[in-house]
Design a binder for this molecule. Structure first.
Ligand SMILES: [Zn+2]
Length: 314
């Protein structure tokens, strides 16, 4: 099967340095193999994601040296998740027909009170409060509040080999719990949308931040239940401040608006990122396309990488 990768930004703001690293590595991985590259706009929360911001992302990517073979505004409406609900409906029904879904009426406050502590990706392990509601209880609760829909997960250990992080293993029931497929406002959850879109668009490799590693077993479970082929995963290191701290506001706003104004051209930024993740020994400016010829995942750091102080200077 031909290699196909994608970049799938959420246009709720200007593209950030961490996002551009993700775009850079996913693009290099695909171009090094002569594959196809797609741009999908993840605007499920359409109110927070105006088209003007999506258009700005396209402009920033092109400035950086990233092109795509399909998707984005030139590809048409179907590349925006906010238009794809009828497609998600079909897969939602497949899960429902298997008896895997149930309504959850828990409020945010109840979830906070009843759940296990935060996982690193910001989600909770659901305690199963609504798993055993009777039809009568459900009918009564529906009068007061529209439910979210959750998918049941089995007590099963899922293991996969990540192209960057190596083998990762998790127990679905213990480490994840039943998770949201559709929110109470009717918007589909990220887990379902990303699985359906990557499968329908023929994506064979997914490159994203290491902070999403823990969501992958949930997605592999959905691929299996929906009878869809799962892609390869590459969870890339996160960027930190020079002393190893998570980047914060006091490091300045490292978005492409600021960086374009400061550097004027992409090559110094490409060079710094390439050196930071291990693709090049030094941080000399370089055009992105020049890195494709000898790109290899073997060179990419598994550990989080500290940015050089030059890039943080205001
Ligand atoms: Zn619940």
């Amino acid at each position: 099967m031909a290699v196909c990768g994608r970049f799938a930004p959420t246009p709720s703001g200007r593209i950030h340095l961490g996002n551009i690293l993700c775009a850079m590595l996913s693009w290099l991985s695909v171009r090094a193999k002569g594959g196809r590259y797609l741009l999908r706009i993840e605007d499920l929360d359409a109110m927070r994601c105006p088209r003007s911001l999506a258009d700005q992302i396209e402009d920033d990517l092109q400035w950086f040296g990233i092109d795509w073979d399909d998707g984005g505004s030139a590809g048409g409406e179907s590349w925006y998740q906010s238009t794809r609900s009828p497609i998600y409906d079909r897969y939602f029904e497949k899960l429902e027909q298997q008896g895997l879904l149930y309504p959850c009426f828990c409020s945010r406050a109840e979830l906070h009170a009843a759940q296990a502590p935060h996982r690193s990706d910001g989600t909770y392990v659901y305690a199963g409060t609504c798993r055993g509601l009777t039809p009568e209880q459900i009918a009564e609760k529906r009068k007061h509040r529209p439910p979210a829909m959750r998918v049941r997960v089995p007590d099963r250990t899922v293991s996969f080999s990540d192209g960057c992080q190596g083998v990762y293993t998790e127990n679905l029931a213990r480490d994840c719990g039943d998770f949201i497929i559709r929110r109470s406002d009717g918007v589909y959850g990220y887990q379902l949308a990303v699985v359906v879109d990557d499968a329908e668009m023929g994506v064979t490799e997914v490159v994203r931040g290491r902070d999403l590693l823990e969501s992958t077993p949930r997605q592999l479970y959905l691929y299996e239940r929906l009878g869809l082929p799962a892609p390869e995963f590459y969870h890339i290191p996160l960027l930190t401040a020079p002393d190893g701290r998570r980047l914060s506001k006091r490091d300045g706003d490292l978005d492409l608006g600021v960086l374009r104004a400061r550097f004027g051209r992409p090559e110094p930024i490409v060079g710094m990122l390439a050196a930071a993740v291990g693709l090049r020994p030094t941080a000399e400016p370089v055009a992105l396309a020049e890195l494709a010829a000898d790109f290899s995942w073997d060179k990419v750091s598994r550990m989080d990488v500290a940015l050089p102080s030059e890039i943080l200077q205001r």
